[in-house]
Write a protein that binds this ligand. Structure first.
Ligand code: FAD
Ligand code: NAG
Ligand code: NAG
Ligand code: NAG
Length: 441
């Protein structure tokens, strides 16, 4: 029996996107035919402790890949399995910068949203990766070199490896993306170094996991003990939701600089812990908000960054996936979901190639990009706009200052804008995109 693999697939980056691709390939049993190697720079697979939200559209994928039961074990009390039949209260928006909370909307939709601790999701992903997939740790890609029949990967430790198809799943500061930009746009080394730098949205976010008992002691009926809340106001907003069976409240406090002129975030993009006093930014906000911010001691501080939109996610043997392709602001809570969609579509195209017995990295990558690039770029754009709506910083709210009363009618208009940017997350399915991809393959 010929045991030479028909394709050597290298996945650089073992984050949610890289692992999801390995899960999908394992589930579809393509790992029996092609060689799948994951190269991860970290010494172990870990995630920064924080929450992650999934929507019905993503849940459908996780379910199809066989992970539903294992994820359900980590669900919070009161959360139910998403069902497209059952409208559930999923997002509660309040205007809170005027000292008390004013209703913007309570959004219920079929399926609702489900929140997890990131590390829990990662455990489930790892469990669903076949033992044939090789995961190499402490392997930081330094550069790569294309030759006619393949790509040589060069690692920081001096070692190298060969592959036929390279998947750059190495996140927002992707090394694969840099070589990719050089190739697509014919950039010089200094031009590529500049082009690959993430862009800053003008916003920083303070993140904490707060012990829910601490909130309960100060405010026994704090709404976020039971549901996800978004507190909006001028140039700032706060998102809170329970994770880890309700033991922790994942908290994100966003503070924007309306006059930010820097294209790039100055200084380290993550400071952990930050000694900034988050309460001081929200001192005129509602009691509920202050209860949260008073418990945010030593949060981590992140610059909310994104990448310059790409015209394609694939060139030759190189394909980008997840944040390396389309890192976006957090406002639609969709970066990881988009990485999972990428992985799912790419795995389907590889599965079709497997039934045909021919793996063309160029063709596989081109089909993947045709399906995924317009979609994820549109999500990234909507995500940036959504953040501006949360903070009354779009043109129609220019006249509104912090704490100002805003008419019911305008708040209804705001609720509609917010709703319309999210509706696809529960009213659409990825199955149409799978069919389109398969028809091209
Ligand atoms: C504050 C915040 C909140 C968020 N909330 C949500 C949410 O609720 N829902 C959601 O869907 N998304 C959310 N996101 C977005 C989500 O975190 C990312 O989109 C997602 O992690 C992208 O996955 P990825 O695998 O592409 O990249 P990453 O998770 O960044 O993984 C990249 C991996 O590559 C490795 N790596 C990097 N460079 C190299 C190299 N040179 N060689 C080898 N390995 C390398 C890294 O160590 C890492 O493991 C949030 C993001 C932030 C910042
Ligand atoms: C790429 O850039 C180099 C250096 O700027 C230039 O000499 C070359 O002609 C360019 N190639 C293409 C295909 O544009
Ligand atoms: C943080 O800011 C709040 C609100 O301005 C203030 O009441 C509190 O004393 C500050 N805490 C510290 C440690 O400076
Ligand atoms: C789904 O939502 C989008 C965005 O709001 C909307 O344009 C579309 O008509 C909706 N589709 C269905 C089937 O409801």
């Amino acid at each position: 029996m010929d045991t030479t693999p028909k394709l050597r697939l290298a996945i650089v980056g073992g984050g949610i996107g890289g692992l999801a691709l390995a899960v999908a390939l394992s589930h579809m049993k393509i790992d029996q035919e092609i060689q799948v190697d994951i190269y991860e720079s970290a010494a172990r697979i870990t995630q920064v402790g924080a929450g992650i939200t999934f929507w019905p559209r993503t849940w459908e994928i996780l379910k199809d890949l066989g992970m539903e039961d294992d994820l359900v074990a980590y669900m919070n009390p009161g959360q139910e399995l998403p069902s497209k039949m059952n409208p559930k209260l999923a997002l509660c928006y309040r205007k809170s910068d005027g000292g008390h909370n004013i209703m913007i909307s309570d959004m219920a939709f079929p399926g609702g949203s489900i929140t997890f601790h990131r590390a829990d999701v990662q455990q489930v992903l790892l469990k669903h990766i076949s033992s044939r997939v090789r995961i190499y740790l402490s392997k930081r890609l330094a550069s790569y070199h294309e030759f006619p029949d393949g790509i040589q990967l060069r690692f920081k430790d001096g070692e190298s490896a060969i592959c036929d198809m390279l998947i750059g799943a190495d996140g927002i500061n992707s090394v694969v993306r840099k070589g990719f930009l050089k190739k697509v746009y014919n950039l010089s080394e200094p031009e590529a170094t500049e082009a690959v730098r993430p862009l800053w949205s003008g916003t920083v976010v303070y993140r904490s996991l707060i012990d829910s008992n601490a909130i309960r002691r100060s405010m026994p009926n704090h709404p976020t003990l039971g549901k996800p809340m978004t507190y909006c106001g001028k140039h700032k907003h706060i998102i809170t939701y329970p994770v880890s069976q309700g033991r922790l409240i994942n908290t994100l406090a966003f503070v924007s600089d309306p006059h930010a002129e820097a294209i790039h975030f100055e200084g380290p993009s993550i400071i952990n812990p930050s000694l900034d006093n988050v309460s001081s930014f929200f001192k005129h906000w509602s009691k509920e908000v202050r209860c949260i911010t008073d418990h945010m001691t030593k949060p981590s501080r992140w610059g909310v960054e994104m990448v310059r939109p790409l015209e394609t996610y694939s060139v030759g043997r190189i394909t980008l996936l997840g944040d390396a392709a389309h890192a976006m602001t957090t406002h639609l809570a969709n970066g990881a979901s988009q990485a999972i969609e990428d992985a799912y579509i790419l795995a389907h195209i590889l599965a079709k190639a497997s039934t045909q017995g021919i793996f063309s990295p160029e063709k596989i990558g081109a089909i993947y990009s045709t399906i995924r690039q317009p979609f994820s770029n549109a999500v990234a754009k909507a995500s940036l706009e959504q953040g501006r709506y949360y903070e009354f910083s779009t043109a129609e709210f220019e006249d509104v200052a912090e704490g100002d009363a805003v008419s019911q009618e305008r708040l209804r208009g705001l609720a509609k804008e917010i709703h319309d940017r999210m509706e696809w997350m529960w009213n659409s399915s990825i199955s149409g995109d799978v069919q389109s991809a398969l028809s091209m393959a």
